[in-house]
Design a protein around this ligand. Structure first.
Ligand code: GLA
Length: 383
């Protein structure tokens, strides 16, 4: 066989070899980033859409409005890319109404009871935008502002650094807060989420990313298999505020220490599931020390897509999309029925400013809030 012929076969052989080892194929593409206008807010602020593609074709689309992940395309076991997050095709949908699809939520992600807390002897009243309670930063939280954006390309990958200044008194919170959230897409099919913030007055802070995942790209998530590194969770009252108890998951439908299909026990006759309308609870992560720890693993055995979540946070909110009721028509004209997507929101615990036994969420002047979460996409079975 002539030398030229042998050389022609080489990339094919290498490609096959890479396939058989399960590692992403040798980079076929150069990681790249594009940006384009994506509409204007009602107050006339221009919004941009940035598209990041890694060397294997994994694609993230993020907009400056709310730092929202509009789409996230990852390969299935055949290498076919599919969008694994819920959302809208255009800005208009997000402006009309969105249950936080793909948004950065803050200043305080999750609930604060009655929108009230005391800090250094002062009582603060926040907006109560979720029944009697405060949720996800209030009426105009971080999901509804236009963030500044700086794209970058470095050794760690390709990414965008989003910045936002939340003024003193914003939604009732004390202190002017400088926040940044960096999304880095790596060539290991990971999305790294880095959160940072400083403040000039003491304030609660709890930032997270509110994407709704469906690894199959369609249908519901009841067949997805979930594992959570949590021996305990925080039970809630009828308004989804933690009672203060930290309860064991043993013998309950909240035990995901080994893989379980989400739909297996979701309909169980159990008070906490009734209160949540399904799963909508904070799980206390089992960790052996600071740094990144495995929090969750999600598998869709049909497509073969997998998602592993590692975080520096002490908790994760598992929300099984209970409030989706078909009234929202999302991307591609799909009606989002109940359980079309699930959220895995890494976080400090809900209502921590009012719960002494929970890890503190108070940021003081001179301190820097830092938090990291990594989403790693893969396929199952990993060859
Ligand atoms: C979080 C909450 C849920 C719900 C969603 C948004 O996940 O825990 O109760 O409010 O946000 O709809």
């Amino acid at each position: 066989m002539s030398r030229t012929l042998r050389l022609m076969w080489l990339p094919i052989i290498l490609g096959l070899l890479a396939c058989s080892t399960g590692t992403p194929r040798s980079p076929a593409l150069e990681a790249h980033l594009t940006r384009e206008p994506f509409g204007t807010t009602p107050t006339g602020e221009p919004v941009e859409l940035l598209t990041l593609t890694n060397a294997h074709g994994m694609e993230l689309r993020v907009m400056t409005f709310g730092g929202i992940i509009v789409s996230l395309k990852v390969p299935d076991r055949t290498g076919t890319l599919g969008d694994v997050v819920l959302g809208y095709d255009s800005l208009a949908g997000y402006l009309r109404s969105s249950p936080y699809f793909g948004a950065i939520v803050g200043r305080y992600g999750n609930r604060i009871a009655r929108g009230r807390f005391a800090l250094h002897g002062t009582e603060y009243q926040l907006a109560t935008n979720n029944g009697p309670n405060h949720l996800h930063g209030g009426i105009r939280g971080f999901d509804k502002v236009v963030w500044g954006v700086e794209p970058f390309q470095g050794d760690s990958g390709i990414g965008v650094r989003l910045t936002h200044t939340s003024p003193d008194g914003d939604e009732g919170y004390p202190g002017a807060l400088q926040a940044s959230v960096t999304y880095t897409l790596t060539d290991r099919n990971e999305l790294i989420l880095d959160y940072q913030a400083t403040t000039d007055r003491a304030t609660p802070i709890n930032l997270t990313q509110h994407s709704y995942f469906n690894l199959a790209g369609s249908g519901d998530i009841l067949g997805h298999e979930l594992t959570l590194s949590a021996e305990r969770f925080t039970p809630v009252d009828s308004t989804l505020i933690p009672t203060g108890e930290i309860a064991s998951v043993a013998g309950t439908p909240f035990d995901f220490r080994t893989p379980h299909a989400i739909g297996e026990r979701i309909g169980a006759d159990e008070e906490q599931l009734r209160r949540g309308g399904g799963y909508d609870h904070n799980f206390v992560l089992t960790r052996s020390g600071p740094g990144l720890a495995l929090a969750a693993r999600l598998v869709d055995s049909v497509s073969g897509r997998t998602l592993e979540i590692r975080t520096t946070e002490p908790g994760i909110q598992f929300y099984s999309g209970n409030f989706l009721d078909g009234s929202i028509t999302g991307k591609g004209g799909v009606a989002y029925r109940r359980r079309t997507g699930l959220c895995l929101e890494t976080q400090h615990f809900p209502d921590s400013p009012n719960q002494r036994v929970f890890p503190s969420t108070i940021l003081e002047p001179g301190q820097t809030y830092r938090s990291q979460t990594v989403w790693t996409f893969g396929v199952w079975p990993s060859k």
